[in-house]
Ligand binder design. Structure first.
Ligand code: SAM
Ligand code: SF4
Length: 342
């Protein structure tokens, strides 16, 4: 199976994907400044370090003005786009808060900064409201498309249903968001066949953007009890590279992120992902004093750095990967524009 290629076969696959990316999307890499503005979450996904039941987490929420300032930072440093991410909260006060934020960010950045949301499952009305207030991309990972595996990774209640997650992705697409999804790679109980099915799902769903990366265990989560079943960490990483490469070949015009989890495993993991067909990087611009509280998994990198350290380090990393920054551009996925015309 192509996903399990290693050695010279893998090298050839990754090179083919890089060629495909350069032919269809050029050598630009687009930045999405990532603001992890709150780790408060009402859900209990069994793999996630900031799940509601983890009492060791110091909960935080960035004040409104600090989030707007982070957006201004991204805009002034020509990042082109911003991602607002947090734990999941689905209530009228939260919907209102985000609406207010979106309007203020648009005003401060003169509507020039692209805005992606990654705030989990919400009602159709809330998604629509945020779209109308200026968010135009939304990231909601399906995590795995295998229903049985999904059940094993989440508490068995209505709040954590696969069907609901899928329904939310459909809402987002119908509203008109550039719709992003993704999966974790190397989960206990996951097989190469599951991952192949995940790629087919992304193609069939006609997704515009993808952020996928290795699953990395966190000691304070229930899934840690299954650590004996884990794939070796290097295997998770190498398979993630093949996932990126194969998806690039299957969907040449979408956006694919080189995720932080890749860098957690390999110091140049994000650069390797770029060379395998990824074209998006999400520099963390969360104020550094909060980063240590947004630990989804063990050894998350860059939690001590400030935003400037991150962007300097990233430009160097880009040039080492033979790529350049698509400075000040939204870097939308052409796939989206083709899809909405159909
Ligand atoms: N709460 C929102 C949601 O779940 O969609 C957005 C934030 S959530 C922290 C973002 C992503 O982190 C999840 O979709 C999941 O794939 C990833 N994640 C959580 N725990 C992880 C882990 N242990 N290893 C790798 N990725 C993880
Ligand atoms: Fe909450 Fe998202 Fe973590 Fe699930 S993955 S516990 S929804 S932050």
């Amino acid at each position: 199976m192509l996903l399990m290629l290693r050695g010279s076969g893998q090298k050839a696959l990754l090179a083919r994907a890089e060629e495909c990316l350069l032919a269809h999307r050029g050598d630009n890499v687009f930045y999405r400044g990532l603001v992890e503005f709150s780790n408060i979450c009402t859900k209990d996904c069994l793999y996630c370090g900031i799940r509601k039941s983890n009492k060791n987490v110091e909960r935080y929420e960035l004040p409104h003005d600090e989030i707007v300032e982070s957006a201004r930072y991204a805009w002034e440093h020509n990042y082109g786009s911003l991602v607002l991410q947090s734990g999941e909260r689905c209530n009228p006060a939260f919907a209102e808060k985000i609406d207010h934020l979106l309007r203020d960010i648009r005003q401060v950045t003169k509507g020039e900064l692209g805005i992606t949301l990654s705030l989990g499952e919400q009602s159709l009305e809330t998604y629509r409201r945020w779209f109308n207030s200026g968010a135009h991309r939304y990231l909601l990972r399906i995590e795995t498309t295998n229903r049985e595996l999904y059940r094993q990774l989440h508490p068995r209640d209505d709040k954590h249903s696969f069907e609901k997650r899928l329904q939310c992705l459909k809402y987002l697409q119908n509203i008109g968001y550039q719709t992003g999804t993704g999966v974790m790679i190397g989960l206990p109980g996951q097989s190469a066949q599951h991952l192949a099915d995940d790629l087919l799902f992304m193609k069939q769903f006609d997704i515009d953007m993808v952020g996928m990366g290795p699953y990395i265990e966190h000691e304070e989560t229930p899934l840690y009890a299954r650590k004996e079943e884990l794939w070796p960490i290097r295997e998770r990483f190498l398979t993630a590279l093949n996932m990126i490469a194969l998806l690039r070949l299957m969907m040449p015009d979408i956006n694919i992120a080189a995720t932080t989890a890749m860098q957690t495993i390999d110091p140049v993991g994000r650069e390797k992902a770029l060379r395998a067909g990824a074209n998006i990087i999400m520099p963390n611009i969360t104020p550094s004093n909060f980063r240590k509280s947004y630990l989804l998994y063990n050894n998350k990198p860059c939690i001590e750095e400030g935003a400037d350290d991150c962007s300097d380090c990233l430009s160097l990393r880009l040039s080492l990967a033979g790529r350049k920054l698509g400075s000040n551009q939204w870097g939308d996925s052409p796939h989206y524009y083709k899809r909405i015309k159909r």
